[in-house]
Design a protein around this ligand. Structure first.
Ligand code: ADP
Length: 450
């Protein structure tokens, strides 16, 4: 396969810039796309070329396949990097790229199909011998059937949208009396958010840990895992702080989960970067949750401890090169990432878009800022309000926590409200310091953290 010379990045914000940085280092030309709301965005300024793709709502711009492909054609890009979100997990887009003769930097459409719908993924994983969270493997047709099923596996249960993502379309049901109304609202929420009202049922696991495994596969049959990320610090089922190594994994459990993640990827003939997410219960049993068939937001922590550039690896794999390793790369030291959002924790985490009047980004040893903002920039209200991912590395976990706190104390942004104080409170919390915090941590300690 020929070398990639020009990449169109079908995304915006920090991830578009993250991808461009690697392209620049590899001598690959970059093409940005932008909506009306992003005319003055940093990703547009940093790219070699930029194409306008439509009005602010992403449905009318970043999600319009034909516009993106037209920009690729006009610019002469030979590959498209989708980032995360938007078209990154859209199998029909992968097929459209193939048809247009543009390399899609990501897995084949067939692997996305196999992992896209959560119920289909669960069926495929059971077939492959991967343990899944107990529950149904098909969407459940009627309310009566669903209730009978829930009673059979026992409350509490989790109703989940088969087409779900981003923590949406999920509902915990504590007991039978709540079931009918929860079912109806889960169905309508799923339909609204994903255009698909298919809902299935999982056993609700009490206080699990979310531990995910980074996998990488090339086109020559090598599939490896690159360790885990602990993502149990969540608010409304969305990650806020991530770290690696996970403080709760023993080397044995890491090897075991890594092996299962590789098995999961191989079962769907996976190629490129992917993440196999697991829930780990108090007895340290682990269950497949879902696979994300793209680069994750939290990939920098893995880069810190492995010394690898995951975007560069994605590009090399897409060019048909072999992975430069055939076994896992052992982690060195400890890395933590915090997600800085333009939101107000004191007002129920309401997004607070607006103009950034002043910005000072932390520096010093082993601190990394992945961001798409600058002083004078107006954060638009059409997109995810994350403005920066601050990540740090240190030899030990305790030092990494101290470094993350130090970096956060240097972060100054004026003009908009951010969650930096909340993030500092998480890092300073004894339960976080202890390392055995589960997915209930942020909700349980909500008041103490504000
Ligand atoms: P999404 O695709 O929307 O991100 P996931 O299936 O990955 O949804 O789940 C997101 C989070 O929701 C998990 O990390 C976990 O905290 C919680 N969760 C999901 N399923 C369950 C379950 N069966 N029991 C307990 N918590 C769950």
């Amino acid at each position: 396969m020929p070398k990639i010379r020009k990449i169109l990045i079908a995304n915006r914000g920090e991830i578009a810039i993250r991808v461009m940085r690697t392209c620049k280092e590899l001598g690959i030309a970059t093409v940005a796309v932008y909506s009306e709301a992003d005319r003055s965005a940093l990703h547009v300024r940093m790219a070699d070329q930029a194409y306008f793709v439509g009005p602010p709502p992403s449905r009318e711009s970043y999600l319009v396949q034909e516009r993106i492909l037209e920009a690729a054609r006009q610019s002469g890009a030979d590959a498209i990097h989708p980032g995360y979100g938007f078209l990154s997990e859209n199998a029909s887009f992968v097929r459209a790229c193939e048809k247009a003769g543009v390399t899609f930097i990501g897995p084949p459409a067939s692997a996305m199909d196999a992992m896209g719908e959560k119920t289909r993924a669960r069926q495929n994983m059971i077939k492959a011998g991967v343990p899944v969270v107990p529950g149904s493997t098909e969407p459940i047709a009627t309310q009566e059937e669903a209730r009978t099923y829930a009673e059979k596996i026992g409350f509490p249960v989790m109703l989940k949208a088969a087409g779900g993502g981003g923590g949406k379309g999920m509902r915990k049901v504590e007991q039978g009396s709540e079931f009918d109304s929860a079912w109806r609202s889960a169905k309508s929420e799923a339909l609204n958010a994903f255009g698909n009202d298919a809902v299935y049922i999982e056993k609700y696991l009490e206080k699990p840990h979310h531990v995910e495994i980074q996998v990488f596969a090339d086109q020559h049959g090598t599939t490896v895992h690159l360790g885990e990320r602990e993502c149990s610090a969540q608010r409304r089922h969305q990650k806020v702080v991530e770290e690696t190594p996970s403080p709760i994994l023993t080397p044995e459990l890491r090897a075991q989960m890594g092996e299962v993640a590789v098995k999961a990827a191989k079962a769907v003939n996976y190629v490129g970067a992917g993440t196999v997410e697991f829930l780990v219960d108090a007895h340290r049993n682990f269950y497949f949750l879902e696979m994300n068939t793209r680069l994750q937001v939290e990939h920098p922590v893995t880069e810190w401890v492995t010394g690898l550039d995951l975007v560069a690896l994605q590009i090399k794999v897409a060019e048909g090169e072999k992975l430069p390793f055939t076994d896992t790369v052992p982690p060195r030291g400890h890395a933590i990432e915090v997600r800085i959002y333009a939101e107000d924790p004191a007002r129920n985490f309401m997004p607070s878009p607006g103009r950034i009047q002043y910005l000072r980004v932390p520096g010093g040893p082993n601190v990394r800022d992945d961001s798409g903002v600058f002083a004078g920039y107006t954060v638009p209200n059409f997109y995810d309000p994350m403005i920066s991912k601050l990540s740090v590395w240190a030899p030990t976990r305790a030092e990494a926590i101290a470094r993350a706190q130090r970096a956060l104390s240097e972060y100054v942004v004026k003009g908009i409200t951010t969650n930096t104080r909340y993030l500092k409170a998480i890092l300073a919390h004894p339960e976080f310091a202890g390392g055995d915090y589960d997915t209930s941590f942020l909700t349980r300690e909500h008041t103490a953290l504000l």
